[in-house]
Write a protein that binds this ligand. Sequence first.
Ligand code: BES
Ligand code: MN
Ligand code: ZN
Length: 481
Amino acid sequence: MNFELKTLDLKAAAGFNTDALVVLLPSHFKPGRDAISLLITKARANADLDDSVGKLLSIWHADGVKASRLVLVSTGEGSARSVRTATAAAVGALKSANPKTIAVCLPDGTQQRVHAVVQAVADASYVFTTTKPSAKASLLKRVTVGLPTAEKVKAVKGAFTTATALAQGVALAKEWGNRPANHATPTMLARAAQGLAKKSRIKCQVLGPKEVEKLGMGSFAAVAQGSSEPLRFIVLHYTGAAKTVAPTVLVGKGITFDTGGISLKPGPGMDEMKFDMCGAASVLGTFEALAALQPAINVVGLIPTCENMPSSNALKPGDVVTSMSGQTIEVLNTDAEGRLILCDALTYAKRFKPRAVIDIATLTGACVISLGHIRSGLFSPSDDLAQALMQAGEESMDLCWRLPLDEEYAEGLKSNFADVANVAGRDGGAVTAAKFLQRFAKDFPWAHLDIAGAAWKTGAAKGATGRPVGLLLHYLLRTKA
Ligand code: BES
Ligand code: MN
Ligand code: ZN
């Protein structure tokens, strides 16, 4: 899909060569005397178009309009969120027509609104076909975002470029998230990462079981030992600045399937544990977007990836493992495996002398209970880092919310048999998981994003969301010196 940005007022839009034309209308929009404006005036007078967000009117071969389909859609007060909702509704209404070209006119275009349009069009036209080729792939080839004046186009150009790169990154994250575990093994994820390394400024290194053992990653290796699929430790480098510039390190949880291990999960809904590598997918997606934008920053991506399976070789409740940090861990519950693979990746991150380390993980069901599916959980002892991530979330409409890290929450992680246990009680489960990780992140500014509720949708719309690639990319772009 190609996005283009154009000067297109409503008069020009009426004559514009496109299959479908979408006009986003804030309630304060004043129609002029062009053909589309006349339709808007009439529709408003007839109460066929009201100001509620996403309310739309589809017209076929409208008078004086070249596009065969015209969709007028209200954006209410015109916030970026409303623009996103309205655009999604309009593109949804066009789905059965399966247009090859769409133009979206934004009379009040700003950076945030343009970002919202690009994101909504990309999301609404996404179709997963890898294991379902019969699903009708979107035919959409060209999306034109139209603003009324050349000055407005100029003002949003940067945001537009970021948004299109982001759409590409989100699509990659969705693709890997959506793949079932037999089409997204640790080996296949590593190959995807190596594929990214063909792009400019990206390098990739993949470690296998032997190298991981040599590094002393006993905790990560222990999770992988129950599966016949070999683990992989993926190291990605994006080098856009001088080698001396400290990188930001992203660490993505890459459990390609989480059965729970010997602490087996209940059967219903277990298929959704194929999404337990969405943290890893978000790192891949972020690198895809970085490759498209080539910003002057350095980023390292670390992905510990394996399956969590029960077997005669599997890790058992009560086993004590030795992490790369030297700390011993009593594994009271083999289903708390995410923190066991992340802790070794966090220790590994230290060698890059990072300016910040951010881990991204579908870590706890408790986080879903706390925040639902709207905001990701954000944990950081650093107010500056937390604030920057929070702001990046707002900017990209990929929201998060800060949760606490008081030392008292670590009480339940005490063990008589090891330095730390991998679980505390049920209470405050998202926080105690973060407290566990914090023990391995003492040597650099660190933040943890629990994306268990944000990474995918359940029910009829089951599928990966590509979050939090938007948050991560916006955060990274602001770290430019
Ligand atoms: N991958 C799960 C977390 C999860 C569960 C994400 C449901 C999304 C929906 C993680 O590995 C896990 O199993 N966590 C346990 C931790 C518990 C054993 C302390 C959980 O949340 O139940
Ligand atoms: Mn688990
Ligand atoms: Zn898991």
